[in-house]
Ligand binder design. Structure first.
Ligand code: NAD
Length: 283
């Protein structure tokens, strides 16, 4: 078997085209969805992520602001800025690029964002809503994975989903979203013994560990769906956590890196911002 490749990039482009049209319709109703991205410091990877987010929002016709703050910005100044953005009626989505410098508590920042503008879906109120199966802003990467599975017509109900990784950003929320859709979910992590014995049982295997080549064809059950979330730079090249060639021989579907999950993350951020604007303006 050679797996079908699921290209998030193509799907993301299609979804963004739909969003462009939706934003035009919203403009006609006087609603101008706006995303504000805040970045603190000079980390090159973070800078490139936020530029990508801003470019993508502009491309779909969304208003966007990038606020770049120096590394030594105090926690209080950042909290004051968030409070102003919370009160600004023209702003619908607020995203503070993580990680923030060590002298700032990321949890305090996450909790300061108005949950109705928390387009990253990290505020405990929104996490709680997700946990209890309510509609809310879902974290963008996990949400993007769910949309990829849905659009590839992969039914998750009753399937055994094994997730390698348990971060608050990816592993835990993707497990929760799969559980909400009636999958049977197993989480593996750095302390898991005999990883292969777990991954081999997966109908749907999601790998989000940040360890290049952690999962190979030997870890994959015949006919499984493999979603590679990992983004690693090895010898200057982007690579996932899955050895694509060997896994492709065994899986039924597989996502590549790049052009896989990555482009879906920003797309879901745009989706969440449009959703926030629609909710705030009740349209
Ligand atoms: P993280 O470092 O916060 O978490 C990694 C998780 O993997 C941890 O729960 C850890 O227990 C587990 N892990 C590490 N080594 C392991 C091993 N040998 N066996 C089993 N489990 C192991 O990382 P994260 O923020 O969850 O991100 C994971 C990967 O996904 C990274 O490569 C990151 O760059 C990537 N990522 C991609 C996107 C995207 O848009 N494509 C978005 C977010 C993160």
């Amino acid at each position: 078997m050679v797996a079908e490749v699921i290209y998030g990039k193509q799907l993301a482009e299609n979804l963004r085209e739909e969003m462009k049209q939706e934003i035009t319709t919203l403009h006609e109703k006087g609603v101008h969805p706006k995303l504000v991205v805040v970045i603190i410091g000079e980390d090159p990877a973070s800078k490139s992520y936020v530029k990508g987010k801003q470019r993508a929002s502009e491309k779909v016709g969304m208003d966007s602001d990038l606020i770049e703050l120096p590394e030594d910005t105090s926690e209080q100044d950042l909290l004051d800025l968030i409070s102003r953005l919370n009160q600004d009626d023209t702003v619908h989505g607020i995203l503070v690029q993580l990680p923030v410098p060590d002298h700032i508590s990321d949890q305090k920042i996450i909790e300061a964002i108005d949950p109705s503008k928390d387009v990253d879906g990290f505020h405990p109120e929104n996490v709680g809503r997700m946990l209890t199966g309510q509609d809310t802003f879902f974290p963008c990467t996990p949400y993007g994975i769910m949309v990829m599975l849905e659009r590839a017509a992969i039914d998750v109900e009753g399937k055994h989903a094994v997730i390698v990784g348990r971060s608050n950003l990816v592993g835990k929320p993707v497990g929760q979203l799969l559980l909400n859709k009636n999958a049977t979910v197993t989480h593996c992590h750095s302390r898991t013994k005999d990883l292969k014995s777990h991954t081999k049982q997966a109908d749907i295997l999601i790998v989000a560990a940040g360890r290049p080549g952690l999962v190979t064809g030997e870890h994959v059950k015949e006919g499984a769906v493999v979603i590679d979330v990992g983004v690693n730079r090895v010898d200057g090249k982007l690579t996932g956590d899955v050895d694509f060639e060997s896994a492709q021989e065994v899986a039924s579907h597989i996502t590549p890196v790049p052009k896989g999950v990555g482009p879906m993350t920003i797309t879901m951020l745009l989706h969440n911002t449009i959703k926030a604007a629609k909710r705030i303006h009740r349209v």
